[in-house]
Design a protein around this ligand. Sequence first.
Ligand SMILES: NC(=O)c1ccc[n+]([C@@H]2O[C@H](COP(=O)([O-])OP(=O)(O)OC[C@H]3O[C@@H](n4cnc5c(N)ncnc54)[C@H](OP(=O)(O)O)[C@@H]3O)[C@@H](O)[C@H]2O)c1
Length: 307
Amino acid sequence: MKTYEIGNGALEIPRIGLGCMRINGLSRGDARALIETAMDRGMNFFDHADIYGGGEAESFFAEAIGMNPSVRDRMILQSKCGIRPGVAFDFSREWILSSVDGSLARLKTDYLDLLLLHRPDALMDPAEVAEAFDRLASSGKVRHFGVSNQNPFQMELLRKYVGADRLLVNQLQFSLMSCGMVDAGLNVNMTVDAGIVRDGSVLDWCRLNDVRIQAWSPFQFGFFGGAFVGNAKFPEVNAALDGLGAKYGASATAIAIAWILRHPAGIQPIVGTTNRARLAEVCEADRIELTREEWYRLYMAGGKVLP
Ligand SMILES: NC(=O)c1ccc[n+]([C@@H]2O[C@H](COP(=O)([O-])OP(=O)(O)OC[C@H]3O[C@@H](n4cnc5c(N)ncnc54)[C@H](OP(=O)(O)O)[C@@H]3O)[C@@H](O)[C@H]2O)c1
């Protein structure tokens, strides 16, 4: 699988990552087969969070694959913290540090390649986050940092304290059917809903600042509305996906990922399938480069308005 660099070459990551939010719905054997399918295809990037699977997904993942130093060396492990069950959000130094210790123990590893702050905390003290990041970096527990679901000013505020080059990633919801970041950029100055900027122009900001965008829920519409691929609610999108699938000898699932990969920002989709046949289809997207005409045809099939 082709790769992206992040942090000025500090880390090389595959263009597509596997999200592990749903993994503990599998049997241990099926989870192992899923992880091996990903690794065999060069998709050695695994996205976790302390809260996935009610806090069980990380340990289930490590047990399923039989985590040991030689397996660990072949993986890039990312986890997230900051959503605190029973409270809401918590970016305090203590919570960040204890959350990372929990993830390391569950994943049976000494370090995370990447730690992301999961969702903004209204009570964040950025100086405390900086202290936590410094402690995690100097102890070797976390190699690189990023955020998720943050807008440019939130990132600027954090960067003032943690350092301008410290935030390498922003993980955001993005799919063919959930692409407000693109809609707003195409409808600047228009009095239509699609022109409403809900994210502070985060797509352009990340490109300007070399922050790699990861796309969570690349097959979902709405907020966990379900998959749009193969969904009868979206006949035009599916007809367009199927048509291009026939052209490229790939499934509609692969074309939906190729649509994300075609964006020149170099977005890394984080797919959440638990089905290894589907995962193999997803990897086919890596060899497909949609044309400009095809990219816009898919976009318009989603019922989009253009000025
Ligand atoms: N940062 C955040 O706030 C945030 C939020 C949500 C998720 N995430 C991350 O993003 C990852 C992906 O999220 P997600 O699981 O919601 O994303 P997704 O990849 O869009 O959805 C996967 C789900 O859709 C189902 N599905 C049905 N038809 C499908 C098709 N044709 N192609 C692909 N999937 C199909 C899959 O079922 P099968 O398993 O049967 O294939 C699976 O349940 C998560 O694992 C997590 O790591 C991050």
